[in-house]
Ligand binder design. Structure first.
Ligand code: 3HC
Length: 692
């Protein structure tokens, strides 16, 4: 079946693109579109051309699955140029979203009309790219350099009304896009083709480009595409359209070939792949969830309750401690008010949300909830007690979820007579902000409970990743290895601030020591105290334990591994901690030495890769991409490196394996014995991404 069709409506020729799911500009679409344009342009009966799309959206951009493969003609810039060169007016009729190359096609058209619900945007920056089919040269001519730069640097789509205001589109259709577009075309025929390439670009103060560079520097931290987007727009203001295009092409190809774009493209697909769970049929429907009860009104419980409330659920929060409950209710109301202050919701919406919110002091008040999320503190005994109580009172079919961050979900489920209804929903703090939701599947968890949990994640605007059951699941289990190497290197002679700076410069959102202070050193300490399976190694997390034993819990006590001035979150190195570390190292007989930045990165990141490989071998994660999604969305791993497993794939598994073997020789096999999977992939020249 052809992906591009032609229909005649009197003097108007409709070119209809039909390439589900999102009408991406595959080679077949580009070829079909080019040929349809040439035909219509040469057709004496046709006075104007309308480009429309079937299905849920206008063109969502270039076909990302073709990136990284040998390019196939006709190239997109050629198609866009041919549309613009048409002798008769060409109009784009936009519904859904016109994104990237899709919006560039629309910019090649002489006029643009969009449904009120539609949006247009140039999101290439999220893929480490820049608009590569003349968007960087056409959009500034249409709406001005600064507005165009804003759109391209944020990558965010702009709604039709705003696009109309800026001039990015010419008309908003109220109800029926097609008939209103055909009406609009009468005006277009009168006015004739209006080509953006011939438009004068509005004068702009040349200093804006440096101002913009400075503005984005802290956020983009060395990413190539934002800097090149600015350069392209600068070029648009200084040179001819054709020279600008040549510059854009060169920089686009440079970005496309970069490892940054490769990592970001991997992130895009991996985040879509996670929703597909092998073994669960696509048609499996979830259970209906309208009412959520949250047990435990601490920081996590309140954050989860607020998150569910904001997503439209009816929410009840329960805590057996009256004081704790009141504090939690206050937190939720404060978060709601914060939403209004930040302009996320209106005051009326906040009032409406609060009508769906209640608090409870006994299980009797929550028996009708469709979903219960337990968020009490991390103690197996306590969690079992809660689940035992829930089992007695909750209605049949209610989903019973635990927000445990480490504990065995099967053991928790065993305290009920309905393990099929029990699942782990591991939220990350702050629960209403962090995008990751680890969905922990127990041995008996029913498929429809997993499907419901994925649907919940989507409603909460989170990315749900289904993982298997083991201590710490995927994220926190790997964090142990990462943190372990950080702790070892402290003893071996590197200052906490050095490790943090090196890993921050490498791309992590924060260094591990600053994260420890933020999360609270008491949290990990308590978990380690409860575990009986830790390595018999006095060095293991020794500094974190020593600090916790001194009551230095981190930001909340004003002292952790760093010092914090009253009211400040800025970590300040503490000489007392340096003394403590040196003393512990001496006591343990550890020789202090200089450690290179490269070794700091390798020990932390390869520590992750080694544990990730074991997780894959054991089937705790379905795919290496799932591990990447977890680390990018829950632990601040740089997206442009595509997650730890993709990073290992991109630098070469053989190299990682050899370095791990070297670490085994230097630091012992206790932590550095390479997993079989790493060895076999190194031997076969394979990648984690190929491992099924
Ligand atoms: N190319 C290939 N496949 C694409 C695609 C694209 N541009 N955009 C989406 N898809 C695929 C997804 O992978 C997914 O496939 P799957 O069902 O097999 O997992 C399917 O389409 C549906 O996508 P979503 O699950 O994301 O659907 P949503 O409805 O939630 O979102 C969307 C739709 C807003 C269009 C979103 O998919 C999106 O943002 N897509 C990417 C848009 C983009 O980045 N465009 C720019 C591309 S680069 C470019 O154009 C370069 C040019 O300047 C030269």
């Amino acid at each position: 079946m052809s992906v591009v069709g032609i229909e005649r409506h009197g003097a108007v020729t409709l070119i209809i693109i039909d390439n589900p799911p999102v009408n991406a500009l595959s080679q077949a679409v580009r070829e079909g579109l080019l040929s349809a344009i040439v035909d219509a342009d040469g057709d004496d009966e046709c006075q104007a051309i309308l480009i429309v799309c079937s299905g849920r959206t206008f063109i969502a951009g270039a076909d990302i699955t073709e990136f990284g493969k040998p390019p196939a003609e006709p190239y997109l810039p050629v198609v866009v140029a041919r549309i613009e060169a048409c002798k008769k007016p060409v109009v784009a009729a936009i519904h859904g979203t016109a994104l990237g190359g899709g919006f560039e096609i629309a910019l090649g058209c002489h006029y643009r009309i969009a449904l009120g619900s539609a949006a247009v945007g140039l999101p290439e920056v999220h893929l480490g790219l820049l608009p590569g089919a003349s968007g960087t040269q056409r959009l500034p001519r249409l709406i001005g350099a600064e507005a165009a730069m804003d759109m391209m640097l944020s990558g965010n789509p702009v709604k039709a009304d705003k696009a109309l205001e800026s001039g990015a589109i010419d008309r908003v259709a109220e109800v029926d896009l097609l008939s209103e577009a055909i009406d609009f075309m009468k005006e277009c025929i009168e006015q004739g083709p209006r080509r953006i390439r011939d438009m004068e670009i509005a004068a702009v103060d040349a200093r804006v480009f440096d101002v913009e560079r400075k503005k984005i520097a802290a956020k983009t931290r060395g990413l190539m595409s934002p800097e090149r987007i600015i350069r392209c727009v600068e070029l648009a203001t200084k040179t001819s359209f054709d020279d600008g295009l040549a510059g854009e092409r060169e920089m686009f190809l440079e970005c496309m070939a970069s490892s940054q774009s490769d990592g970001l493209r991997h992130a895009f697909f991996a985040e879509r792949q996670v929703a597909k769970i092998p073994g669960i049929a696509k048609e499996t429907s979830g259970r209906e969830v309208k009412t959520v009860a949250v047990i435990g009104a601490g920081t996590m419980g309140a954050g989860i309750a607020y998150n569910c409330l904001a997503a439209g659920f009816n929410v009840t929060i329960l805590d057996n401690n009256q004081e704790g409950l009141e504090r939690g209710v206050k937190t939720i109301k404060r978060l709601c008010a914060g939403g209004v202050e930040r302009g996320k919701i209106s005051d009326a919406e906040m009032q409406e949300s609060l009508k769906r919110f209640s608090h409870a002091e006994s299980y009797a008040d929550i028996v009708g909830a469709d979903l219960v999320i337990e968020a009490v503190f991390e103690s197996m005994a306590f969690k079992k007690e809660v689940f035992g109580a829930l089992d007695k009172v909750m209605k049949a079919g209610a989903i019973l979820a635990s927000n445990t961050s480490t504990l065995n979900i099967d053991e928790i489920a065993a305290s009920t007579a309905r393990p099929q209804d029990v699942i782990g929903l591991h939220f990350f703090s702050p629960a209403h902000i962090m995008r990751l939701l680890e969905i922990v599947r127990g041995a008996d968890t029913a498929d429809d409970v997993i499907v419901s949990s994925l649907a919940l994640a989507k409603k909460l605007n989170k990315i749900g990743v289904v993982v298997g059951n083991c201590f710490g699941f995927v994220g926190n289990r790997m964090l142990y290895s990462y943190g372990r190497e950080n702790q070892m290197m402290l003893l071996e002679g590197v200052a906490p601030e050095t490790i943090d700076q090196v890993l921050f410069d490498w791309g992590m959102a924060m260094g591990p020591n600053a994260v420890g202070d933020l999360a609270g050193l008491d949290v990990g300490y308590k978990v380690r105290q409860e575990r009986s399976d830790l390595p018999d190694d006095p060095r293991f997390y020794r500094i974190a334990d020593a600090l916790a034993e001194l009551g230095r819990y981190g930001q909340k006590t004003g002292k952790g591994i760093y010092l914090y001035e009253e009211g400040s979150r800025k970590p300040v190195p503490d000489p007392e901690v340096a003394v403590l570390i040196a003393k512990e190292a001496r006591r343990l007989g550890i020789e202090r030495r200089n450690i290179s930045d490269e070794e700091i990165v390798q020990r932390c990141i390869y520590g992750l890769v080694v544990e990730g490989a074991r997780i894959l071998e054991e089937g705790i994660a379905e795919r290496s991409g799932d591990i990447d999604v977890i680390w990018m969305n829950g632990y601040g791993f740089p997206r442009h490196r595509g997650g730890p497993m993709h990073y290992a794939d991109s630098i070469g598994i053989k190299h990682v394996y050899e370095t791990v073997c070297e670490f085994r020789e230097r630091f012992g096999a206790m932590y550095w014995e390479p997993p079989e999977l790493l060895k076999s992939l190194a031997d076969s020249g394979g990648k984690f991404a190929d491992f099924e």
